[in-house]
Ligand binder design. Structure first.
Ligand code: EPU
Length: 428
């Protein structure tokens, strides 16, 4: 096991290239199950979630190659093997195997998904969708069993706007008989990306990116090539980093339209930003003002950027209220930021950040993926050396983070943890 060490306080400068979107990748890879000939996805990020999904596809008989971010999946020999536990526990998005396998084989057995602990994360809306399409769904000993004689299109109204349920229902519906209408659908760019791949495979989908999606089922889907969209959360993390510890950071391969809410908030704080078609430049940011944020579904402020943004707020003058309306327990980074001298208190679903303070290097633990990003940003802002453990969370979702930060001039390195440190971490 490794930990990350960061010598903070040195301004970052230069260009960083953003990788393919993690939250698209984890849906695009299972979507390949629905085709009957090879699908190639170009530009996947170098993250452990992609490797876990590759081995899950291999477990069910897929022939998969992955080279320089391009994955070729031959799904022709796949079978509906049960995937009760094991690797599916490593990531939340393994729930997309349910929709894709149900769509192709009309049956699936998938262990309940794992992923970051951010409070309760039910999948009732996914199940409501599968049942509406004609599947029988049961939960037996920690695994979800799905079976259908046939899948028939249906009108499904989501009670909660859910990215996962929207994509999962699309996956199950593209090969169902007749028309499916998803109402109150989520509108995230990753949903459009998955719909684009499925359309290239021969699916008939209209309205992805709006709150009503119409799908006309087809009998077969074929192989194709697809290039993934850039990761808006990785891009947003680097934008926040540019404002927190930068002296001129250019973010390349980004779609600024996907980050309008973040750009608006950064500007409100006083961060100099220039956005063009595929690039965003963050100038040196001084005398920042505190701003309140409330996370909302897309195109509102993304919950996945709430944690790194909270770190940035420690540098701003005044008191800011950060409210997470999506997850009830996405504040585990706060105790760690406090160890680094931040003045933050949590009240219910809000954190109140008082600034400015100078963060100090400390030993901290990443409890989830974006908490990890928040602590790396903090480490780069802090005086002295910061040690971040819990790297397995960061490796799930940030592609070559250390190399990218080194490219911006950061002093950051990975170090092996001693036996004693590993014991301490397990018991904490
Ligand atoms: N929800 C339900 N029932 C459901 C589904 C969701 O009550 O059946 C609730 C959730 O508990 C949550 C809200 O609805 O409070 C939104 O959940 P959603 O289903 O949209 O989240 P998700 O699909 O599980 C994806 C991303 C998350 C991101 C959220 C919100 C993936 C693999 N994950 O999760 O990303 O926070 O959308 O934008 O796409 C991350 O990247 O760090 C991450 C956690």
């Amino acid at each position: 096991m490794e930990k990350l060490k960061i010598a903070g306080g040195y301004p970052l400068r230069g260009t960083v290239k953003i990788s393919g979107a993690k939250n698209s990748a984890v849906a695009l890879i299972p979507a390949t199950i629905l085709a009957d000939s090879p699908v190639t996805i170009e530009g996947l990020p170098d993250i452990s979630d992609v490797n876990t999904l590759q081995s899950l596809l291999e477990e069910i008989g897929g022939k998969v190659t992955l080279e320089d971010g391009d994955m070729r999946v031959d799904p022709s020999q796949m079978i509906s093997m049960p995937l009760p536990n094991g690797k599916v526990k490593k990531l939340r998005a393994s729930y997309y195997l349910m929709g894709a396998m149900l769509g192709r084989f009309k049956k699936a057995v998938i262990g309940l998904p794992g992923g970051c602990h951010l409070g309760p994360r039910p999948i009732d809306q996914h199940i409501k969708g599968f049942e509406a399409l004609g599947a029988e769904v049961t939960n037996e000993q920690g695994a979800i069993y799905l079976r259908a004689e046939e899948l028939r299109g249906a009108r499904i109204y989501l009670d909660v706007v859910s990215v996962g349920a929207t994509i999962n229902i699309m996956l199950a519906a593209v090969r169902a008989k007749g028309r499916t209408i998803i109402e109150n659908a989520a509108k995230e760019p990753e949903i459009i990306d998955v719909a684009t791949l499925l359309s290239n495979m021969g699916a008939k989908i209209k309205g992805a990116g709006t709150d009503v999606i119409r799908i006309d089922g087809v009998e077969e889907l074929h192989g194709c090539r697809h290039t993934i969209i850039p990761d808006r959360i990785e891009a947003g993390t680097f934008m926040i980093l540019g404002a927190a510890a930068g002296n001129g950071v250019l973010i390349d391969n980004v779609i600024p339209l996907h980050l309008e809410s973040l750009i608006a908030k950064l500007r409100e704080m006083g961060v100099p930003i220039e956005a063009s078609e595929e690039k965003v430049f963050i100038g040196r940011s001084e005398n920042l003002k505190a701003v309140d944020i409330k996370t909302l579904v897309y195109p509102g402020f993304p919950t996945d950027l709430q944690q790194p943004f909270t770190t940035l707020l420690t540098k701003a003058e005044g008191s800011a209220v950060v409210t997470d309306t999506i997850y009830s327990a996405r504040f585990k980074h706060i105790d760690e930021l406090r160890r680094m001298n931040a003045n933050i208190k949590v009240e219910g679903r809000s954190a109140i950040v008082n600034g400015p303070v100078q963060l100090q290097g400390a030993k901290v633990k990443a409890s989830d993926l974006r908490a990890g990003a928040a602590l790396v940003v903090a480490g780069l802002m802090a005086e002295g050396v910061t040690e971040v453990t819990g790297l397995e969370h960061i490796d799930r979702g940030y592609s070559n983070l250390v190399e990218k930060l080194e490219g911006l001039g950061a002093t950051i390195w990975r170090e092996k943890m001693s036996e004693e440190e590993m014991e301490q971490m397990k018991s904490s």
